[in-house]
Design a protein around this ligand. Structure first.
Ligand code: GLA
Length: 691
């Protein structure tokens, strides 16, 4: 062999060896040098004498807590008067936390501007739809559209970033706190910004008038300044565009702070925002684009955790960026703001923390560490009481954190991996909210009714935007795609043509991107592929019978009457005797198209039929469960790394459950290998196997 050839062969072989070596993927939610999964708390050192901090941190360290999120409401301590900054105390708090092996996430304090600011510059305060300016003293009282307010936000963020952007103990940033929680400001300047935003989008009023069909009710605009901010019911296009303007506003509000933090912060410091599950004030897909990862605040409020709804909310958050996420806040037992602030059962919060990890969270933080002695949330759940000593929940948090430590290595470089995607669209959600047609129509409930049986069968679901890449899914289910513009329809059609199975729910494919009716029947641009259309839709005042391949049951709330226009259609369910119009008409249809399949479910089905529908979808699409059979009441979720898969089992049944593993696996919580797990109520099991 010539020496050149030898070098080439060596290079090829070493590159094969390099690639054969499983390399853990870098996941932005997992911090270099830290455990792969972390438990932490929201801590408010500014509320307490400095002499107390050490004891707080000692208690946190004893509980194995690894993260504090701090400063997100501390503006008046950081800038006690205009332009006079004091960050020394914060640096001391961060350093002291580090001494106890606790890293800090810094919140920018812009949800709580100080009194000197709002009093000197009242134009920074929001104006309510009735024209009243909000008073100081709550939070989220500033206007996100105010240029003056944004400048103050930029300055405080810059002070923090220059001071802490290379502090080794600051791991990342949270911008503001739960933005969108309060309304936009309804002042003249905001209205002018909205009009300018519309002008940039539509270019001409003729275009806008045509898209919005403003000839209807004499809405025609001949001057941009005439366009109102919608308050209450209004033109559907105007209402949808207002939501998009709110999205654009929070996006630029957020970017204003990201820019200045990024300028000074080391790239290793992440930037996130804490979102609120299905909160619908803005579209979360564009707003999370500029963030390192998404986070959310997971609160049950009244009652107890519904694992399906909570799992769906985790998956929604993971789907914003199709990456792991953080649970930036969760309740330590009880909240203070719900109808009934009952305490979660013993073990329930621990079960929730592990469920979060199973669904792709890499950090869970309790809100909050210690009861403030006064203030709006003085009787919220905590780990440490007003006397500074632990409450009973502290032990449950400590146990969970200790388990995180034990199992963390198994989760390094792992993420959920699903064969099934559920599509979620803010445009469709809003369109359906604006025109419910029956007050009972709740698209999130409908989404959950699909999620519940599908998750039970597939054991892993992604919840994503329809515009996301779809080619890796065997099944894509879109229960609520009311707004279905051409580009989205084309994307879905190409998925089906290439072998995917697309399932649409009721009211699909009715509207264009301007929230106007498509000039064809539902499901709009997908009619040809389905070989059928919706001939008429009905809001139901009572349940109607349906029966067919999935068994018999009831349709409630909504019924689309389908009409087959192709011999390739298979009718899976038909309505029984009902209002005369629907009698014997198709309720569910499916058709092979390209290399794939498209199915339309026209009615809101009862639980039994939904279970049968899910079973059919899974089988027809060749979806395999990520684990296999688990006993009733046990949720399994899975995370996958290059060389392993990790299963998380949580028992929500109120009695013991035994999980049989198909093979012997490593059980890090039990410190042994085994092929079965015994789970008491709220019991958690982790099983790891090579892949
Ligand atoms: C929200 C906020 C926190 C706190 C909790 C209380 O999630 O972000 O500041 O008010 O609720 O449950």
């Amino acid at each position: 062999m010539s020496s050149t050839l030898r070098v080439v062969v060596f290079l090829i072989l070493s590159s094969i060896a390099l690639h054969a070596q499983p390399t853990a993927k870098t996941i932005p939610t997992q911090l270099p040098g830290q455990n792969a999964i972390l438990l932490g708390v929201a801590w408010y050192p500014e509320q307490w004498p400095e002499a107390r901090w050490e004891e707080d941190l000692r208690l946190m360290e004893a509980a194995d807590l690894k993260v504090v999120r701090i400063a997100e409401f501390a503006w008046s301590r950081m800038e006690p008067s205009e332009g006079h900054y004091d960050l020394d105390w914060l640096e001391r708090a961060i350093n002291l936390a580090a001494k106890h092996h606790i890293v800090s996430v810094l919140g920018t304090p812009t949800a709580t501007p100080p009194a000197w600011l709002t009093q000197k510059y009242p134009d920074t305060l929001r104006v309510e739809p009735d024209g009243q300016r909000v008073a100081h003293g709550n939070r989220a009282h500033a206007s996100a559209t105010s240029a003056r307010y944004r400048e103050f936000c930029r300055r405080i963020a810059e002070q923090m970033a220059t001071r802490f952007g290379n502090n080794p103990n600051v791991v990342g940033w949270q911008i503001d706190n739960e933005y969108g929680y309060a309304q936009m400001s309804y002042d003249d300047d905001t209205r002018r910004q909205f009009q300018e935003w519309l002008k940039a989008k539509y270019q001409t009023l003729d275009n806008l008038n045509a898209r919005w069909t403003t000839a209807y009710w004499s809405q025609t605009y001949d001057n941009w300044g005439e366009i109102p901010i919608p308050v209450g019911p209004h033109n559907p296009a105007l209402m949808l565009e207002w939501k998009r303007f709110i999205t654009a506003t929070w996006t630029s509000y957020q970017q204003n702070q990201i820019d200045v933090i990024r300028k000074h912060a080391e790239p290793r410091q992440f930037i996130t925002g804490n979102f609120m599950g299905f909160f619908d004030g803005f579209d979360h897909y564009p707003i999370t684009e500029a963030l390192s990862f998404a986070s959310w605040d997971d609160y049950v409020g009244t009652g107890h955790v519904d694992p399906a709804y909570n799992g769906l909310s985790h998956d929604l958050t993971r789907g914003f960026k199709r990456e792991n996420f953080w649970v930036m806040e969760t309740q330590p037992g009880a909240v203070n703001w719900s109808k009934l602030n009952n305490f979660l059962n013993r073990g329930e919060a621990r079960a929730m923390a592990w469920q979060a990890i199973g669904h792709g969270a890499d950090d869970v933080n309790y809100w909050q560490w210690r009861s403030a002695l006064n203030g709006q949330e003085e009787i919220h759940g905590v780990l440490v009481g007003p006397d500074g000593t632990p409450v009973p929940f502290y032990d449950e948090a400590a146990k969970t954190a200790h388990e995180f430590d034990k199992a963390e290595a198994a989760f390094r470089g792992t993420q959920p991996l699903s064969q099934v995607a559920l599509l979620y669209s803010y445009d469709s959600h809003w369109a359906l909210q604006f025109q419910k047609h029956t007050e009972k129509y709740d698209d999130i409930k409908l989404l959950t009714s699909y999620y519940r049986p599908l998750h039970q069968l597939a054991q892993s679901l992604d919840v994503i935007s329809g515009y996301a890449p779809l080619e890796n899914y065997k099944l894509v289910v879109a229960p609520n795609l009311n707004v279905l513009p051409k580009d989205l329809a084309d994307h879905l059609l190409s998925y089906v043509r290439n072998g995917g199975h697309l399932v649409l729910g009721p009211r699909s494919g009715m509207k264009d991107e301007f929230n106007g009716l498509l000039p064809q029947r539902q499901p709009g641009y997908l009619v040809d592929a389905l070989g059928a259309r919706v001939d008429q839709y009905y809001a139901l005042e009572k349940d109607f019978p349906v029966s067919g391949a999935w068994g018999s049951g009831e349709a409630s709330i909504w019924a689309d009457q389908l009409k087959s226009m192709s011999s390739g259609d298979e009718v899976l369910l038909k309505y029984g005797k009902s209002n005369g119009w629907l009698d014997d008409q198709p309720a569910v249809l499916t058709r092979a198209y390209g290399k794939g399949r498209i199915t339309y479910i026209g009615a809101v089905l009862d639980e039994k039929l939904m279970a049968a529908a899910a079973e059919w979808m899974i089988q027809k699409s060749g979806v395999t469960p990520v684990f296999g059979t688990v006993p009733g009441g046990v949720e399994v979720s899975r995370r996958v790394g290059p060389d392993k898969q990790v299963f998380v089992f949580v028992n929500y049944a109120q009695e013991n459950r035994a999980v049989k593993l198909p093979r012997t696996m490593k059980l890090p919580l039990d410190g042994r290998q085994g092929d079965s797990l015994d789970l008491p109520p709220y019991g958690v099991g982790i099983a790891v196997e090579p892949r």
